[in-house]
Design a protein around this ligand. Structure first.
Ligand code: GLN
Length: 482
């Protein structure tokens, strides 16, 4: 199949605010045009699981009222956004891409969504994703796959595939996704958009349906770096409802964006350029690194020696935590309940059997095994020790460099169906992203080129804990130079 050539020129957050402020457009008209885009484009892409026109127009009308009265507009006034369906919004469905949550309506709103909306954003709807955010291709959604807007026969990446595809397809200006082992960065790379993994603790997880609580993070997707910085600034910050959220103040992430990279020390880890890296991805990343060097950055070769243990470590810890988190879906409290079960235990068993998909079941079994008596020390405890070593690798590296540059994913977007029967090859696609997840540091993916076929390629920029301003500054330079 040929790659679609339609150029999508999305509006930026600043464009939208300025046009509403000056009266050249209205929030309701902007929302309408995005709903039209969803109606015409999403039948092929399938990024939205639900849209909420009434709710959106009611909120957009409030922004138009403010503008008509000449009152100051909040920073995301009238900005159309979409929310990954693992984040809750009071009264709306939250499926987490799973059949087991069919019909469930959330009783409260996630803090990140509440902050976006308080800043004037207009939520258009909920976005498709891999079931319980488990996957790298969005093919694990119980509600159907998402297609990559750049090539409809390719995956958008996962698990936040709908969030990436909606921005790439011009069906939202910004979206929220979640990243446990790469689920923001990898789909951002596959869809040619910007996606940020904030430091663990930077953005509240309250209202996020948990996959692996020590790894789960909420972050934005946007078409450009400045918008990503703006949205991150809105959703970041302490939340008394999330005990792991940090009390550190939130800086203005747009303040240093244009400072450039001159004099910055940027590390390039040898372990991320080894076997398995696609030649075109390598070429695009190396070209980007050369451009940064030419712009005055000091490029330093570094080593992150425990990298090769990251994928098995991640899949032990993530599945162990998932097996505990998913115990709550029992057919009683939420969503789907199997019919024709005569006893309580038969009802549990049947509801979970019919409600969960194959990948989720595989992970619950793996995780339960890793946590069981006799295996706990050999697997789970060992994985926690390796997690420490991986974190130390980064802390040592950051003593010498300001940020680290790597490919986001080893290949551009692969074909739908290509890896869906091969869980191991799917897990290996997470090789460059799971390390930052385990270490709790921040990272992002920024578009840095294309394959010969026109498929987007993303550069991953990793930063110290709570140094989002630095990685955004580097990403801005990459965006400018590209
Ligand atoms: N692809 C990884 C997994 O399947 C990461 C998913 C995520 O970050 N939510 O677990």
């Amino acid at each position: 199949m040929t790659v679609e050539t339609t150029e999508i020129k999305p509006l930026s957050i600043d464009d939208i605010r300025a046009s509403i402020e000056s009266g050249t457009s209205r929030a309701t008209a902007i929302a309408e045009s995005y709903f039209e885009q969803i109606q015409s484009r999403d039948p092929q892409i399938h990024s939205y699981l639900s849209v909420n026109r009434e709710r959106a127009f009611e909120r957009a009308a409030r922004i138009d009222d403010l503008a008509a009265k000449g009152e100051p507009l909040p920073v995301l006034a009238g900005v159309p956004v979409g929310i990954k369906d693992v984040l809750t919004i009071e009264g709306l469905q939250a499926t987490a891409g799973s059949r087991i949550l069919e019909g469930y309506r959330a009783p409260y709103t996630a803090t990140s969504v509440q902050k976006l909306e308080a800043a004037g954003a207009i939520t258009l709807g909920k976005l498709n994703c891999d079931e319980f955010a488990m996957g790298s291709s969005n093919e694990n959604s119980a509600y159907g796959a998402v297609h990559n807007p750049h090539a409809l026969d390719r995956v958008p990446g996962g698990s936040s595939g709908g969030s990436a595809a909606a921005v790439a397809g011009g069906m939202a200006v910004a979206t929220l996704g979640t990243d446990t082992g790469g689920s923001i960065r990898q789909p951002a790379s596959f869809c040619g958009v910007v996606g940020i993994l904030p430091t663990y603790g930077r953005v509240s997880r309250y209202g996020l349906i948990a996959f692996a609580s020590s790894l789960d993070r909420v972050g934005p997707f946007t078409a450009n770096v400045k918008d990503a910085a703006t949205v991150l600034g809105v959703i970041a910050g302490h939340d008394p409802m999330d005990a792991t959220s940090s009390p550190l103040p939130v800086p203005d992430y747009t303040a240093d964006l244009d400072k450039g990279v001159s004099g910055l020390r940027l590390g390039v880890p040898a372990e991320y350029f080894a076997e398995g890296l696609d030649a075109e991805v390598r070429a695009a990343i190396e070209r980007s690194i050369d451009q940064l060097r030419a712009a005055g950055a000091i490029i330093k070769p570094i080593s992150l020696p425990h990298t090769r243990y990251a994928v098995p470590t991640y899949y032990l810890i993530a599945t162990a935590e998932a097996s505990a988190n998913l115990a709550r879906f029992d057919g009683v409290r939420y969503g789907f309940r199997a019919k024709d079960a005569n006893t309580l235990s038969a009802m549990y068993r049947k509801s979970r059997d019919l409600g969960f998909g194959a990948e989720v079941k595989r992970r619950i079994m793996l995780g339960t095994y890793a946590l069981s008596a006799g295996y706990y020390d050999a697997y789970y405890k060992k994985a926690q020790q390796v997690r420490r070593l991986l974190t130390d690798d980064f802390l040592k590296a950051f003593a010498e460099v300001d940020a680290i540059l790597t490919p986001t994913a080893p290949t551009p977007a692969f074909k739908l169906g290509e890896k869906s029967d091969d869980p191991l090859s799917m897990y290996l696609a997470d090789i460059y992203t799971v390390t930052a997840s385990l270490a709790g540091i921040c990272g992002l993916s920024v578009p840095c080129g294309q394959s010969a076929e026109g498929l987007p390629i993303g550069l991953q920029v990793l930063g110290k804990h709570f140094d989002e301003a630095m990685i955004l500054r580097v990403a801005q330079a990459v965006e400018r130079l590209n």
